[in-house]
Design a binder for this molecule. Sequence first.
Ligand code: IMP
Ligand code: MG
Length: 172
Amino acid sequence: MTGKIEVLISENEIKERIAEMGQIISERYAGKELLLVGVLTGSVFFLTELAKNITTPVEIDFVAASSYGNGQESSGHVVITKDISRNAWGKNVIIVEDIIDSGYTLKTLKELLTEKRPASIEVATLLDKPERRKVDVSVEYVGFEIPDEFVLGMGLDYEQKYRNLPYIGIMK
Ligand code: IMP
Ligand code: MG
C-alpha cells in the first residue's frame, strides 16, 4: 500500500461540512453544556474543528481504544486503553470519532460511557462507511458517508502516518 494519494474530500468541503455540523449541534444543545469525548488519536483534527463551531460551552475529554493493530480489518475485540479523566455523570456527552467502520469500537465506547450515567449520549463522526457495519449502533451526526475504501488524512492514519493531511485521501 504505497503510491499516489487521491483526494476524496477536499479541505474546503470538510471545513464547510464541519461548520454545518457545529451549527446543528449548537441549536440542539442551546442553553445546555456539552462534554465532547474524542476517541484518540484519529478524532483530534475533527474534534478541534467541530468544537470551534459549537456556540454552547463545551468540555473536552478523551478515550482511547485499540482493535486494529497495524492491519486494516477490525478484530471485533476492542480494548479500552484510556478512560476519560473527569466525571461524565449527568452531562450531555457527544462521542467524537474520525470514522465508523465495523462499529465495534463505538459500541464498546458507548457501553463504557453509559455506565457513567451521563444525561445523554450522542455520536458525531467525520466519516461513515455504512456498508462495513457489523454491529448496529446509532450515529446522530455524520460528516460524510463514504464507500468501502481505506482512507487517510484529517486524523486517519495508515500505520500511524498521514494523519496530518488536511484532506481525506485514498491511497492508490
Ligand atoms: P470500527 O471499530 O471498525 O468501527 O473501527 C473504527 C476505527 O478503525 C476508526 O476509529 C479508525 O481508527 C479505524 N479505521 C476504519 N476505517 C479506516 C480507514 O479507512 N482509514 C483509517 N482508519 C480506519
Ligand atoms: Mg480511531
